[in-house]
Design a protein around this ligand. Sequence first.
Ligand SMILES: [Fe+2]
Length: 444
Amino acid sequence: MHKLPTINFTNKRNLKPGSTSWLATSIEATRSLEEYGCFIAEFDKVTPELNDAVFKGLQDLFDLPIEVKVQNKSAKPLYGYVGQIPFIPLYESMGFDYSNTPDGVKSFVDVMWPNENEAFSATVLAYNRLAAELEEMVTRMVFETYGVEKYLDAHRKMVTYLCRGMKYRAPEKNETNMGFVPHTDKDFITVLHQNGVNGLEVKARDGQWFTVELKPSSYIVMSGDGAMAWSNERLYSPFHRVTMNGNENRYSIAQFSFLEGIIETPKEFVDEEHPLLFKPFDHLKYLEFYSRPENRTLESALKAYSPEKNETNMGFVPHTDKDFITVLHQNGVNGLEVKARDGQWFTVELKPSSYIVMSGDGAMAWSNERLYSPFHRVTMNGNENRYSIAQFSFLEGIIETPKEFVDEEHPLLFKPFDHLKYLEFYSRPENRTLESALKAYCGV
Ligand SMILES: [Fe+2]
């Protein structure tokens, strides 16, 4: 079972650059960001009083009327109010940039409280400055550990912070407990803090999800896609999500570092064994790319992003067919990729006289999962257009697993269901990003 390392950022001696314990802490922090993409920091610069004020402030903020909260907007993509989304009903959040500066805080608070809220402004500014100190310390440790500290000044000049306050209300009876969908952070380094209520889950490199349990004095430090690209994939940008158990609301506050400028991998990370994986790219343009709906479900937005073209080579997103049996045929241009049962994607190369025959969700349910309905996608390489024609078989009626597929070792997996009603279920936007629409619809 995985457990995040806890690293001590409270001992003043540990935090004196150049000291032996600073070096030891630097290595520990960097290795944790490599292995898990995050660690727990014990950090005592935020006093218990300030800590309480932060969460009291967040509660007041989210208690504002919805008409006020939706006024939280930004010219930058993904920086404003998020909430009232049917498939993540527990989640609400607000964000603002330049969050460790008086002007940044003021421009946010002026919109939320036109008659001022000085206490909130002072609290959030004080908190964000301390969170930025922690981020600066960790970033410096990472640059030093990799021997690339000569790039640190240039990096620091480009860093700006986005602060996001988040509320996850406790689920009601019969409601999803999903607080937020799996995602990677798109920034460089995130510093995340929560009220006493746990819920964060992180996906380890081996694919296992594990829960992160935090004390009130604990912070999560996490590397995002920016740091992963910069380090040529030495640092890891982990998938993480929020699952709400229990009856208490969870409040959290994150400060994300974004570069106003280009993320470029230092040549020190590149050699024969480690070829360059990412071209230099504008960090905020990457965020803009990710913010488009068609890019939100990519497995790795970072890999799909091409800074020159500013256009993805993704022909179609990963999906399973919803029918029974598909017959697919294409012009001479390849592009179909299939995900094997072991999770590996591979390309299908076809002669002009070839056809793909594929089983869909209908066949998988009918056969009690003997037949497989594979994820597949289209990736466009080269300069030619691809045309294809598919014929899908659908049942006008009920799909029911014959009893011959069911025994003690193979319990029934899917209830009988109307095939076209399943298609209707899948067509709703909130069901398009489910890992298995089939299991959600008619799984036993
Ligand atoms: Fe996140």
